[in-house]
Design a protein around this ligand. Sequence first.
Ligand code: 5GP
Length: 188
Amino acid sequence: MSSKRGKLFILSGPSGAGKGTLRAIALSGVKNLVYSISCTTRPPRAGETNGVEYRFISKGDFENKINLHEFLEYANVHGCYYGTLRDDVERELEAGNDVLLEIDVQGAEQVKNILSEAVLIFIMPPSREILESRLRARGTENEEILKVRLNNAVDEMSKAASYKHVIINDELDRAAQELKEIILSYRN
Ligand code: 5GP
């Protein structure tokens, strides 16, 4: 076991900004970086597996975990609960691994208040139009949910200024390289 505690990195950004893709590239390209799998009450999308993308749990189970203070942070995002389990994150940090969270702006603010050393990274789409076309091309949401996500995007993007780093995801390879370099720059 490493004697040095790991660092916590938080990725936020609107739905369709490319966080998931950038996260996957960072995880495969940076050693000793682990992803914390969130809990959510959102139903799984086609192709999603419980315990891989998320732990898909019921609203009752989620509220039970809230009452037991099991979450490092949690929030209602686009009408569903999402949360990070405290024990998962602590275990990895204590083992000396860096931990990557992909959470919304509300959750990032909560974590920053508890763990001020957390590094906040915002993934920004090049424009609102490109965000909408990416979200539509993804085809994972129906029109109603898509509208909610696009409306929330404006709000989320207004919080980017409070993030330590902002990466504009205009070109995937370049943005991924920037993300990896930011993470590595915190290691000495
Ligand atoms: P999606 O439903 O597209 O997978 O995620 C919707 C939003 O929820 C994204 O902005 C994502 O970053 C956020 N999210 C995912 N997991 C968590 C979490 O554990 N906590 C918080 N606060 N937000 C999360």
